[in-house]
Write a new protein. Structure first.
Length: 253
């Protein structure tokens, strides 16, 4: 299964031209990865691209605030119903940060209630509560802020998904096809050439299918991640093989 024609046999000027094309593809890959990072990383208001960012984009996320969930399941049991209600009303208000330690509220200020009812367990140095104070401390506003808000991320709207697919699917499929043809005409073992084709084609199909299927099931965001990585890896490997073929010395066969 060896190609009858190899890229190395092309005239010098042609090989320079092709090298420029491959360079452009590599630059494009780098830009896509960088764009992906900028585009997705701040969706969940935390630095870096997390699984939540991607689940948010492709599926949507609707996580209630842990603080509210805890109170609604009557945690801690010892808490007075009136205090629980004060906290819940505060958490559901639109002045969560303003009123947390509002001095005008006196002993009804959420910070006071938290200090009375929660900190014996939820402070970093607490000996009660099985060490929960280490994982979910509630001592400062910075701690509270992490559990006081629900997180709702809407999946990319359908028309935008379709528009994005129409440009991406055609461009990526064309790129994959061209790279496959080029890689086929290299000297490298069939396994390496086939691997590039497999990663590109199967990766692309999984990636694109994932964009749509992940709307139904959050777990299928992994199809996007796996497929996208395979495609990018296949494209990068393909470029390396093509460049190697173009510029490594001819082999005597
Ligand atoms: C007696 C110790 C104790 C007290 C008092 C206490 N907690 Fe907890 N809390 C725990 C323990 C232990 C857990 C972990 C096990 C669990 O979720 O029940 C926990 C878990 C939580 C969680 C995480 C629940 C989740 O589903 O992620 C939140 C939020 C929380 N507590 C808030 C509070 C608040 C707010 C108060 C005060 C109003 C409070 N806790 C008072 C011991 C305590």
């Amino acid at each position: 299964m060896n190609p009858t024609f190899r890229l190395r046999e092309l005239p010098l000027a042609f090989r320079f031209g092709l090298t420029g094309v491959v360079g452009a593809v590599l630059l494009g890959l780098w830009a896509s990865l960088t764009h992906l990072q900028d585009h997705h990383q701040n969706r969940d208001a935390r630095p870096g691209v997390s699984i939540d960012d991607l689940v948010g984009a492709y599926h949507g996320i609707d996580n209630p605030a842990p603080f509210v969930v805890a109170l609604e399941r009557e945690h801690p049991k010892e808490q007075q119903a009136a205090d629980r209600k004060l906290l819940l009303d505060w958490l559901k208000s639109d002045k969560v940060s303003e009123n947390f330690d509002n001095p005008d509220l006196g002993p009804a200020a959420p910070a006071e209630i938290v200090a009375r009812d929660c900190l014996q367990c939820h402070s970093r140095k607490s000996t009660q509560g099985e060490g929960i104070g280490q994982t979910i401390p509630l001592e400062y506003w910075d701690d509270i802020e992490k559990v006081a808000f629900s997180r709702k991320l809407e999946a990319t709207p359908w028309p935008i998904l379709v528009t994005s697919t129409h440009t991406h699917a055609l461009a990526m499929a064309t790129l994959a096809g061209v790279l496959m043809i080029l890689v086929w005409s290299t000297r490298f073992v069939p396994f390496a050439r086939s691997m590039v084709a497999f990663l590109l084609g199967v990766g692309l199909a999984c990636d694109l299918a994932g964009w749509f299927l992940a709307r139904e099931s959050a777990a299928l965001v992994w199809l996007v991640i796996g497929g996208g990585s395979a495609f990018a890896g296949g494209a990068a490997l393909g470029c390396v093989l093509v460049l190697g073929e173009l510029w490594l010395p001819r082999r005597g066969n």
